[in-house]
Ligand binder design. Structure first.
Ligand SMILES: [Zn+2]
Length: 474
C-alpha cells in the first residue's frame, strides 16, 4: 500500500505544479473534465477513518486529497438518512424520505439521476458496488422505487437500463425472481456477463509480470491488454453470482485470507481496474464505485472489518489515481460517504491493539459460533476458534480468567446471540471504543476531491450539491 501512496502523492504534486503554471497565465482556460470517478464509502464517518489511520498505520490516502468539504446528509424531513434517500439526494439532486430511490416523498414523481443525464450528454457510465447490484446505493444511479426492498423490480430495472456500460460487483438480492432467469434475460438484452472469477485470473496473470524482482520477465501478452470478454460492444455485467459469495462480495478482512478458506475472490480494486479498462476506450466516462460494507460492519459493531473496507476503498481509489496520472488535466476523483454509521467514538485512552489480531469478520465468526453449537463442540474448540479468528487468547489479546469464565458460561448456555454479546463486550472493553448507535447518525461526512474541478467541493454543503456539480459537467 505504501508504494501506491507514494505514487499518488507524486501525482498530487504534479497536479499542484500544473495548477501553479495555469495560475501564471492571465486567462487560464480550464480543460474540460472528461473522466469522473465517484467513490462512496457507505457509512464512512470520521470515526472509522480515524480508526483506519491507527489500525492500518497510515492515513487513508484519499485523506491527502487537496480539497475537502463537509456534507450534510439529512433526508427531506431533516431526519437521519438511510442509504436510499442519501443516494437519491446526491445523484438526483432532491431530498426524499428514507427508503425511496429516485422518487419524491409521496412516491409519485421520479427523478433522472446525474448518471442518466451524463449518458444522454454522451458520457459512458459505470456503476460498481461490493453490495448486491440492486442494493439501494447502486440502484440510485439507474432505478426508481418507492421502497428500496423491491429487489426484484430493482434487479429488473438494472438489466433493462439501457444506458450503463458497466455494472459490477456483487450479485443480485432477489425475492421471487431466480438469479439464473435474471442473468438469462440480461444476456438476451445484450449484456456481456462476466464472472468476477475471470477478472481474478487476468489479475493474477498481470501480477506475475509485476513482481518485486526487477529482473523477472513480464508475462507476455498481459500488461494493459483489455480482457478478451470486453472485445464485444455490449454493456458488461461483472458479477459474483455463481461459485462466489453472491450477493455481497466478501468482507475485505476475509478476502485477504481466502487462501486459508481454500478459495479466492475479487476486490473492489480489481473490479474498478476492469471497469476502467472498459470505460477508457470511450471519450468521456463517469464511474461510481461503492465500498458498501463499511456500513454493514459498523451496523454490527465490527470496527476492524469496517477499517478493512476503508482500506479496500483506498485501494480502489488508487486505481483511479493511477488513471489520473495518465490524464491529469481531464480527471476528477471524488471520495465521499453517504452518511455516518455507528457513531464510532475513540475516547481518551482508547487502544486498537486488540483489533489488530482480529482475523475474520464478525459475520464469519457468527457462522463459526453457529457451527460449533450445532456440532456440540467442546469448550476448548470454542476457545481455539475465538483465539484464531478474533485474536482473543494466546495468539493476540489474552483473556482474563473472569472473562474466559464469562465466555464459557455463555457458550454452555448455547445461545448464539449471548455468546456474541459477551465476546463483543470483552473486545470493546479491551479496546475502549464505543458506538453511539447500531444505526446511522446525523453527523456530516467528509468529501475529498482531487483533479480537474476539485475546487467545487470545498466548504460546507448539502448532499444535493453533488448532483448539481455532476450535472453541470455535461
Ligand atoms: Zn448508506
Amino acid at each position: 500500500m505504501n508504494k501506491k501512496r507514494i505514487a499518488w502523492t507524486a501525482a498530487v504534486c504534479v497536479f499542484a505544479a500544473g495548477a501553479g503554471l495555469l495560475a501564471a497565465h492571465v486567462h487560464p482556460v480550464r480543460p474540460k473534465t472528461k473522466y469522473v470517478f465517484l467513490f462512496i464509502g457507505d457509512g464512512m464517518g470520521n470515526g472509522v477513518t480515524k480508526a483506519a489511520e491507527k489500525l492500518l498505520d497510515h492515513r487513508p490516502s484519499f485523506q491527502e486529497f487537496p480539497v475537502t468539504g463537509f456534507m450534510d446528509t439529512d433526508n427531506v424531513y431533516g431526519e437521519v438518512t438511510d442509504s436510499a434517500a442519501a443516494i437519491t439526494a446526491m445523484i438526483c439532486g432532491h431530498k426524499t424520505k428514507n427508503g425511496r430511490i429516485g422518487m419524491d416523498r409521496e412516491g409519485t414523481t421520479g427523478w433522472e439521476s446525474a448518471a442518466i443525464l451524463l449518458e444522454e450528454a454522451g458520457w459512458a457510465v459505470g456503476v460498481l458496488s461490493t453490495a448486491p447490484l440492486n442494493h439501494a446505493t447502486p440502484a440510485g444511479f439507474y432505478a426508481e422505487a418507492k421502497d428500496r426492498a423491491e429487489y426484484d423490480s430493482l434487479a429488473g430495472q438494472a438489466i433493462r437500463s439501457d444506458f450503463l456500460d458497466v455494472l459490477g460487483g456483487g450479485g443480485f438480492l432477489l425475492e421471487d425472481m431466480e438469479s439464473a432467469a435474471l442473468l438469462e434475460e440480461a444476456g438476451k438484452r445484450g449484456w456481456i456477463i462476466v464472472d468476477a472469477a475471470e477478472i481474478l485470473d487476468e489479475g493474477e496473470a498481470e501480477e506475475t509480470g509485476d513482481g518485486e524482482m526487477p529482473d523477472e520477465a513480464e508475462e507476455p501478452g498481459t500488461g494493459d491488454m483489455p480482457a478478451e470478454t470486453d472485445a464485444d460492444d455490449g454493456p458488461m455485467l461483472v458479477t459474483c453470482e455463481g461459485e462466489y459469495s453472491a450477493p455481497f462480495m466478501e468482507y475485505e478482512i476475509d478476502r485477504l485470507r481466502m487462501e486459508e478458506y481454500g478459495t479466492e475472490t475479487v476486490s473492489l480494486a480489481d473490479i474498478t481496474r476492469e471497469a476502467i479498462g472498459i470505460l477508457e476506450k470511450k471519450e468521456r466516462f463517469f464511474l461510481a464505485a461503492e465500498s458498501a460494507m463499511i456500513d454493514s460492519a459498523l451496523h454490527q459493531g465490527d470496527l476492524a472489518s469496517a477499517v478493512y473496507e476503508v482500506a479496500a476503498l483506498e485501494d480502489a481509489v488508487a486505481e483511479a489515481v493511477e488513471f489520473y496520472r495518465r490524464h491529469p488535466e481531464e480527471t476528477l476523483i471524488i471520495v465521499l460517504a453517504d452518511h455516518e454509521t455507528g457513531g464510532v467514538t475513540l475516547p481518551a485512552g482508547y487502544d486498537l491493539a486488540p483489533l489488530e489480531t482480529q482475523r475474520a469478520s464478525w459475520s464469519r465468526v457468527d457462522g463459526y459460533i453457529r457451527e460449533l453449537l450445532e456440532e456440540n463442540a467442546d469448550e476448548q474448540e470454542f476457545l481455539d476458534m475465538i483465539d484464531h479468528y478474533l485474536g482473543l487468547g494466546s495468539s493476540g489479546t489474552l483473556l482474563l480468567e473472569e472473562e474466559e469464565k464469562e465466555l464459557l458460561e455463555a457458550y454452555r448456555a448455547g445461545e448464539k446471540s449471548e455468546i456474541r454479546d459477551a465476546l463483543f463486550a470483552i473486545l470493546q472493553k479491551k479496546a475502549d471504543i464505543s458506538f453511539s448507535t447500531d444505526g446511522h447518525t446525523a453527523g456530516p461526512v467528509t468529501v475529498y476531491a482531487f483533479g480537474n474541478g476539485q475546487q467545487e467541493f470545498s466548504g460546507c454543503f448539502d448532499n444535493t450539491e453533488i448532483f448539481r456539480i455532476l450535472s453541470e459537467l455535461q
